[in-house]
Write a protein that binds this ligand. Structure first.
Ligand code: HEC
Length: 167
């Protein structure tokens, strides 16, 4: 079933807004990259579409696969500037705080297009990840991990795996 068939819910609307914004800003390559994100987000019954709209599942320091993937990828790609566990560094802001004030659409916008500003005469640059498939395909996993951290649902360090049974 295609995601255009039913009336859009809040998640679908947010995706539409993201796509519209990206379409006007960038070309079709980025749109194609984002398609993977949109398709997986709009499958009914995923965590994002659930009643509370939490993008993650976190229980006693253990998380779902997507959130775990977000943890791994965050520490591969973003950690160098945004610090361990999303806590910030001298190179970049604490994303654990940032995502408290952001929608997924705003988050995606910054990661796709990047951003730069000048703070006290010093240039501050967030690179654009639009061409980076390792980031674009898994954008919602980065978001899930950072939201779990921001909500206090997940502590510092490597999370456990909810889908692995311990004996
Ligand atoms: C080379 C360093 C660097 C890397 C790598 C980097 N960022 Fe950033 N990021 C920054 C800087 C610097 C800013 C602040 C930009 C500004 O001043 O506008 C920023 C800002 C952001 C913001 C906006 C925060 C806010 O409070 O508005 C988000 C969201 C973000 N980054 C996400 C990410 C994600 C996700 C990754 C990994 C995929 C990542 N960044 C990788 C340097 C980086």
């Amino acid at each position: 079933m295609s995601w255009g068939e039913t009336a859009p819910g809040p998640v679908e609307r947010e995706n539409l807004n993201v796509i519209r914004r990206l379409c006007t800003v960038r070309g079709t390559v980025r749109l194609a990259l984002l398609a993977g994100v949109v398709v997986s987000l709009s499958v009914p019954g995923t965590a994002l579409g659930a009643e509370e709209e939490k993008p993650y599942t976190a229980v006693d320091g253990k998380v779902d696969k997507g959130t775990y993937n977000g943890y791994r990828r965050y520490h591969n790609t973003c950690h160098v500037c945004h610090g361990p566990d999303g806590l910030g560094s001298s190179f970049g802001p604490a994303l654990v705080e940032s995502v408290k004030q952001m929608t997924y659409g705003e988050f995606a916008e910054v990661v796709v297009n990047g951003r730069r500003s000048t703070v006290g005469g010093k240039e501050s640059v967030m690179p654009a990840f639009a061409e980076n498939r390792d980031v674009m395909y898994y954008l919602e996993d980065f978001w899930a991990y950072l939201k779990a951290r921001a909500d206090g649902a997940l502590g510092r360090g490597r999370p456990g795996k909810l889908w692995v049974k311990e004996n």
